[in-house]
Design a protein around this ligand. Structure first.
Ligand code: CDP
Ligand code: CDP
Length: 221
């Protein structure tokens, strides 16, 4: 059987992974997995059901029972449209806390792998290339300086009419980088076989073109 191509894009918060991954998927006609949305959804569901963020067992059980659907760029949790509720920084911070638990990560593994379908998949997150899809054809570590990322997130939230404070965002980004990099399971780090893409002074289009060019190179090999 021919292998289904996977492009794994990992990197820190607000580096542009999601935007770039979606555009690359669109260009290639591939499926797209926003793995961070799953951790964010779980954080939201935990708050809604009163499961504390330090209850690993309870969180893992909650993760195993979630019914999640992605449709037309929208996320559905147990039959309800979630919208921007998972895009707040609070939800991102909650996601980062619960993502440190091995049992929570294990509970979300099959759900993530189920996104793999022909003709191909572009997946973004923290451990797409290292844990979830180690056999990915192309692995990219997409990053930018913390200041640039805070600025991007600030503008993104303001554009959605959401409350934002640039200093708080920079503080949260640094804290999240630290927590995501320091954890013992699936820490945020560049795998040896990943290509580094620093987009600090790149536009979205330039970053997308670079990823597509790298992909063409691995395809002809
Ligand atoms: O959009 P942003 O990069 O800020 O966050 P996200 O990708 O939506 O992920 C939110 C949090 O979920 C991250 O801070 C990680 O702690 C966690 N996460 C993870 O551990 N593994 C993934 N594959 C994706 C997200
Ligand atoms: O998924 P991740 O948290 O890594 O980032 P994102 O949500 O894709 O991107 C954060 C914001 O930065 C979005 O509003 C993008 O449009 C913007 N961005 C940018 O301005 N320049 C880039 N080169 C990449 C992203």
């Amino acid at each position: 059987l021919p292998e289904i191509p996977i492009i794994a894009i990992d990197g820190p918060s607000a580096s542009g992974k999601g935007t770039v991954a979606q555009l690359v998927a669109q260009e290639l006609g591939y499926y797209y997995l926003d793995s961070g949305a799953l951790y964010r959804l779980l954080a939201l569901a935990a708050v809604g059901r009163g499961v504390p963020f330090d209850d690993e067992e309870g969180l893992a059980r909650l993760a195993e029972g979630l019914t999640i659907r992605f449709e037309g760029g929208e996320v559905w949790l147990d039959g309800e449209q979630v919208g921007d509720a998972i895009r707040t920084e609070e939800c991102g911070n909650g996601a980062s806390r619960i993502a440190a638990y091995p049992r929570v990560r294990a509970a979300l593994l099959d759900l993530q792998r189920a996104f793999l379908q022909a003709p191909g998949l572009v997946a973004d997150g923290r451990d797409m290339g290292s844990v979830v899809f180690p056999g990915a054809m192309l692995k990219i570590f997409l990053t930018a300086s913390a200041e640039v990322r805070a600025d991007r997130r600030y503008k993104q939230l303001m554009g959605k009419g959401m409350h934002a404070n640039i200093k708080q965002i920079l503080h949260d980004i640094r804290q999240r980088d630290e927590r995501d990099s320091a954890r013992s399971v699936a820490p945020l780090q560049k795998c040896a076989d990943a290509s580094l893409l620093d987009t600090s002074s790149m536009t979205i289009v330039e970053a997308v073109d670079e990823v597509l060019a790298w992909f063409q190179q691995v395809c002809v090999r």
